[in-house]
Write a protein that binds this ligand. Sequence first.
Ligand code: AMP
Length: 399
Amino acid sequence: MPERYNLILNCGSSSVKYKVFISNTETCIAKGIVEKIGSREAGIKHKTENQKIHKVAEVLSHKKAIQLILNFLLHKEKGIIKNASNIKAVGHRFVHGGKYSDAVIVTKEVKTYLKDVTFELAPLHNPYNFQGVEAIEDILPEIPNICVFDTSFHQTIPDYAFIYGLPYRYFQKYKIRRYGFHGTSHNYVYLEAAKLLKKKKASVITCHLGNGSSISAIKDGMCIDTTMGYTPLEGLIMGTRSGDVDPAAVLHIMMEEELQIHEMETILNKQSGLLGISGISNDMREILKEKGKGNPRAILAFRAYCFRVKKYIGAYLGELNGCDAIVFTAGIGENAPQVREEVLKNMENLGIKLDTKKNAQVVGEKGIISADTSKIKVFVIPTNEELMISKIIDKLVKE
Ligand code: AMP
């Protein structure tokens, strides 16, 4: 039987990222991105073991971008996949899954639900994710499509943790509740942590600290709380997102500055967080650089960011009654030892002791950074959402 492949697509508002794995393995054989979709100067990157393409071309739609990706992958001479029928399935990263607590194979009913419900819940994301599904249905109608949702890992969060202190009718009418995001990443690093702990079921606090940041509390493998809410705006301070804010402060600003809803939305999502506090950048690398020079706003942004992470770790230690491990992942979690040190300092009484030497050495790779005497282990585990999606395909789709 010829080798089979899992194609993973991550369709954003103006980009499509992709990876190809050999089915039932962790081997990635191709990856790339089409950026600035909708323009005449879209950037296209495609990389395999023997090929590195980097070019600019007109790409006006997501379907065109996906066609281009498939052209590279299925190219007669240079393609790494000989025949389209060797693609076992296409996995799509979806931001919002509404009621779905697991990944689903796309059917007519699934599509109807996704359009009717989740477009309303995630209007900035799900319609683009959906374009990926429709493109594959058009171009490769024989290949099954699998949707993997950022929200589904959080569906085990109990009602008292997901309900807001708002009139209950808004939950009933508009499904206003906390959903949580980054679920595929939290799930992946949890499973990797459980392997390192040599435990089938573990209690772990997973810190996904990237441009978007969130933390999850996982008890015996099940998520019981997470910091993001109805949208990815709640919780931690992020690159450009505010995280938790008193809603009355938002109302006051809107009133004083006579702002429209969409203007305030832009401020909260795009002009706040590290960028908003520092006035310098949303990128932790820039914040660290400026902090090193003694810039007070960079120092404040850094401290506020780390403080919020520490605060939620403390809350989750309480919810979990202690835990086996804390995991750091994503751009900041994997690459910024200074952030990890600031977050975990002075937590010895809670059973957390960092080995500062090991912490400084582990950058962008898997490693243990807690001291041997630490009751709670601390791991750095690079996230790999695409691999997680590929593994889900292998579970759902038989050969
Ligand atoms: P992600 O959203 O997971 O891709 O993370 C992107 C963010 O990670 C960037 O905006 C930076 O803030 C941060 N980052 C990446 N590399 C480093 C690094 N070496 N040191 C500190 N922060 C980093």
